[in-house]
Design a protein around this ligand. Structure first.
Ligand SMILES: Cc1cc2nc3c(=O)[nH]c(=O)nc-3n(C[C@H](O)[C@H](O)[C@H](O)COP(=O)(O)OP(=O)(O)OC[C@H]3O[C@@H](n4cnc5c(N)ncnc54)[C@H](O)[C@@H]3O)c2cc1C
Length: 312
């Protein structure tokens, strides 16, 4: 059984317990980049590191919002306090946290996953970047929270990754679909034992919508042999055309920017973006977003197999 299916079944169990979950699936839109300034355990003295406690995450855990930061007109960075200053999420890549709340006047709880952008060994806090959708049940709730308010969270392991499992990973992301990809990229590149190569193709409406650009640019500078990135924007100003690929993620563009040869085996392609983008690149997900669905789209045309592709 695939990791995704196991995850889906686990969530389906949660859904059943919650009597009809309103998890609408995998929606992403675009956001603006910001610089992440989260402390993490590597920067702590070794005796402080030894005191860190991995959270046990039994069922849904209530976390209190500590601070928010408006990133742009519709994206917020939200930092929640962990139970104490020594606690760390300890989440393995790629893991999101499933939020749960029941809107006022409703009886059906709403479940939505958000992927931490803070390090999994950051002591005392966990940080998300959340894009607000008009009338969005989950993102609206997140954006409405004030410091001191609480929300329920439960880990949702989205994709199993083991170091050196693949020779190369290509990530095709759109908008806020970048957060799971950022989690994996950082885990791979920060592990000197892991020789996996990563290529990122990140699509947005405009340059301003690109999230975590500074972080990805730094990865590219630090690990030029292991990490490459292409920023695809549908609109750009002429002076920036050298830095960005103008257009849409289609067959022609992917053939140009995907660095891993089709005859190279042991590759994985991760697709993480709005449902229409996922559908055109890899075929629509099945089961209202709960299953991988069949492989289609551009990757199907390029000869990739179902086993080589994972859709978030
Ligand atoms: C593994 C995973 C990780 C995720 N991580 C993050 C994250 O870190 N940050 C983040 O911001 N989001 C993330 N998401 C998306 C998040 O879970 C929600 O799907 C998103 O916030 C929208 O939910 P909502 O309840 O606000 O909107 P809904 O109530 O589901 O929808 C509200 C309205 O917006 C429209 N809408 C919803 N999505 C789209 C879309 N993509 N394009 C156009 N219209 C749309 C709907 O049609 C509806 O009219 C992740 C999703 C997955 C699957």
């Amino acid at each position: 059984m695939s990791g995704y299916l196991r995850t889906s079944l686990r969530v389906a169990g949660v859904a059943a317990a919650g009597a009809g979950v309103a998890y609408a699936g995998h929606h992403y839109l675009t956001t603006t980049s910001f610089f992440l300034t989260t402390a993490h355990a590597e920067s702590l003295p070794s005796d402080s590191r030894a005191a860190l406690k991995k959270m046990s995450w039994k069922g849904f855990t209530e976390l209190k919002l500590q601070s928010t930061e408006q990133v742009n007109h519709n994206v917020k960075k939200l930092t929640f306090a962990l139970p104490d200053d020594e606690s760390v999420t300890g989440l393995a890549p790629i893991t999101s946290l499933l939020t749960r709340h029941t809107p006022e006047g409703a009886w059906i709880p709403v479940f939505r996953p958000y992927t931490p952008v803070s390090e999994n060994d950051a002591p005392g806090t966990v940080t998300f970047m959340v894009k607000k959708y008009p009338n969005g049940k989950g993102s609206g709730k997140m954006h409405s929270l004030k410091p001191g308010d609480s929300l329920l969270f439960k880990p949702l392991h989205e994709f199993d990754y083991k170091p050196n499992q693949y020779s190369a990973v290509t990530c095709i992301a759109g908008g806020s679909g970048i957060t799971p990809i950022y989690q994996l990229t950082r885990a791979i590149l920060n592990n000197p034992e892991d020789k996996t190569k990563i290529a990122l193709v990140y699509a947005n409406n405009s340059e301003e919508d690109i999230l975590l650009k500074q972080e990805f640019d730094e990865f590219a500078q630090k690990y030029p042999d292991r990490f490459t990135r292409s920023y695809v924007v549908s609109t750009t100003t002429p002076q920036n055309e050298g830095e960005y690929v103008k257009g849409y993620v289609n067959k022609e563009l992917l053939t140009k920017v995907m660095p891993h040869k089709l005859n190279e085996r042991n590759v994985k392609v991760l697709v993480s973006g709005p449902p229409p983008m996922t559908a055109s690149i890899a075929g629509a997900k099945g089961g209202f977003g709960w299953t991988q669905g069949s492989l289609g789209g551009v990757l199907g045309e390029l000869g990739y197999t179902k086993e080589e592709v994972h859709k978030f």
